[in-house]
Write a protein that binds this ligand. Structure first.
Ligand SMILES: [Zn+2]
Length: 179
């Protein structure tokens, strides 16, 4: 496989260049060598900046070009409305229990009022929750779509190659014999 632009065989996978770029950056931060040598003036001890610094920079430019696309964390569906409903139910139960414990007549009145308002309350809660849920699902669907696009872009990046001569990005399709 040759570069489709300049027909050079000198190319590397973007992922390889990117990872090499990272190692180069890591080594160049601790770059330089402490060396001792015998010169004309005696023994010299010096700190020499490594000459690989320029190639390091060069590869860093390449590695920037070869950087993978960002993949956001996979969005998860939250079941917060269920948790809220459980807490509301428990709170209601404890409240009723306390009223009954204090005064049975008051307890029955509270229960009757609660049953009387029950349909109104549940309907109001339900429509509110349905609206919220719909909004949330729409938001979640959008996030999932973005996530899947990012994963696709990442998979494509894994097969991408960069020509070391002209810098062209292409897809050598090296995995075709594996599939
Ligand atoms: Zn090329």
């Amino acid at each position: 496989m040759k570069c489709p632009k300049c027909h050079s065989e000198d190319w590397k996978l973007a992922s390889v260049i990117y990872n090499q770029g990272l190692t180069d950056v890591n080594t160049s931060t601790s770059g330089g060598t402490l060396g001792a040598g015998v010169g004309t003036g005696g023994i010299n001890v010096g700190y020499a900046r490594s000459s690989s610094e320029t190639t390091g920079e060069h590869q860093t430019t390449f590695s920037k070009q070869a950087a993978p696309p960002d993949v956001p964390p996979k969005p998860e569906l939250l079941h917060s409305t269920n948790a809220v409903a459980v807490v509301q139910f428990l709170g209601l139960g404890i409240g009723l229990y306390l009223i009954f414990k204090e005064n049975i007549l008051l307890g029955f009145i509270a229960l009757a009022l609660l049953i009387g308002f029950w349909s109104k309350i549940t309907n109001a809660l339900k429509s509110n929750r349905d609206g919220e849920h719909k909004d949330y699902e729409a938001k979640h669907a959008k996030e999932m779509e973005e996530y899947e696009h990012a994963v696709e872009a990442y998979k494509k990046w894994e097969t991408a190659a960069i020509c070391l001569r002209c810098g062209a990005l292409f897809y050598p399709n090296i995995n075709s014999h594996n599939n």
